[in-house]
Design a protein around this ligand. Structure first.
Ligand SMILES: Cc1cc2nc3c(=O)[nH]c(=O)nc-3n(C[C@H](O)[C@H](O)[C@H](O)COP(=O)(O)O)c2cc1C
Length: 336
């Protein structure tokens, strides 16, 4: 399946929701939430794209790294790539019904598994449970920050089907879509976070961390991982870009907690940059929806393999044999 054809098919099916632009940078869809855009002026989505683009990579060619190995171990799984599927929900409102939540979740999780990685499911209840069961546990549900008892009940159900991990998008506390749907969401106190970690027998992920202080609070609560993320710029206007805040967060918590991140990761070089800035692995959102709508699970697999190929190429051209070789030294800093 050709990536160009997949994009063309998605463009036809997503009319009015996503234009499938040459650069998925949040300009054309600014303010389109529900939809594919960033909230308000769209500045947080654009900041993700721009902050990542501003980092430049040192090309290195005199070394012995003839091949790059993009594999890693995460949540007990051997993964073929450090690229995971981000949780996506609200298909009716955001995709205009091009796919239902059930179809989208199935295709994303299946495509990720076929590519040798793991997909996340959004707040889609029984659909997530059934799909993660069907994928023999290879999937992670990211629940909305509802009342404690509801989250704990879902975390335990996910443990019963052997999910790889479980978490909440703590930044969902401000999501317009939730308010429109009349669903109660709340920020969580450090004590509430610790209560979730203690009562859910799976590695716990806190998605939506943008400051070193909050990353430290997630560590203290006992979380297994954070996702440094502003929700693709969909919850709060005028945040910095993720690639701006990631280095300081990594300096504070690297090695104490798994650091995942997302926000305008579009190519294998973007993945390399995020790892160089301190992430252990990345999530991809909008481009995977395009791949799912345009090509089903095969489309998702195609995009993940394409980006992983680009990552390997970038590893060779920066002298990295393994992901562990990727570090801040790959990023260009002007010598004064
Ligand atoms: C249409 C759409 C729906 C989303 N639904 C969810 C969701 O249900 N839960 C969640 O944690 N994040 C959700 N996100 C955010 C993504 O998981 C991810 O953080 C973001 O899309 C990453 O940025 P990128 O799309 O630029 O790669 C959604 C994003 C989009 C575009």
């Amino acid at each position: 399946m050709e990536w160009k054809e997949i994009r063309q098919r998605a463009r036809e099916r997503l009319q009015g929701y996503c234009r499938v632009c040459p650069q998925c940078d949040g300009r054309a869809c600014a303010g389109e939430v529900p939809g594919f855009g960033g909230v308000g002026t769209g500045s947080s989505f654009r900041a993700n794209y721009e902050s990542l683009a501003q980092w430049k990579v040192n090309m290195r060619t005199i070394h012995g790294a003839r091949d790059g190995d993009p594999t890693l171990k995460l949540f007990g799984y051997d993964l073929s790539t450090p690229i995971l599927g981000a949780p996506i929900a609200g298909a009716q409102a955001n995709l205009g019904g091009a796919m239902s939540d059930a179809e989208l979740t199935a295709v994303l999780l299946e495509g990720c598994r076929l590519a040798g990685t793991i997909g996340m499911a959004g707040h889609v209840g029984e659909i997530a449970l059934e799909e993660i069961k069907r994928q023999a546990g290879r999937g992670i549900m990211i629940h909305k920050p509802l009342e404690q008892a509801k989250i704990i009940a879902w975390g335990r159900k996910m443990a019963e089907v052997g999910a790889a991990a479980f978490g909440i998008d703590i930044d969902g506390a401000g999501l317009i879509n939730m308010r429109l749907a009349g669903i109660y969401v709340e920020p969580k106190t450090p004590a509430q976070l610790a209560e979730l970690v203690q009562n859910i027998p799976l590695p716990f992920i806190v998605k939506g961390i943008m400051t070193p202080a909050e990353a430290e609070l997630a560590v203290q609560a006992g979380a297994a991982a954070i996702v440094v993320s502003n929700h693709g710029g969909r919850v709060l206007d005028h945040t910095p870009g993720v690639a701006q805040v990631l280095p300081a967060i990594a300096r504070r918590v690297k090695g104490k907690i798994t650091i995942l991140t997302d926000g305008a990761v579009r190519t294998g070089v973007d993945v390399l940059k995020m790892l160089a800035l301190g992430a252990d692995a990345v999530l991809v959102g909008r481009p995977l929806i395009v791949a799912a709508v345009g090509g089903g699970a095969a489309g998702v697999k195609c995009l993940l393999e394409r980006m992983t190929g680009e990552l390997v190429q970038a590893m060779i051209l920066t002298g990295c044999k393994t992901l562990a070789d990727i570090g801040p030294h790959l990023l260009y800093q002007e010598e004064l």
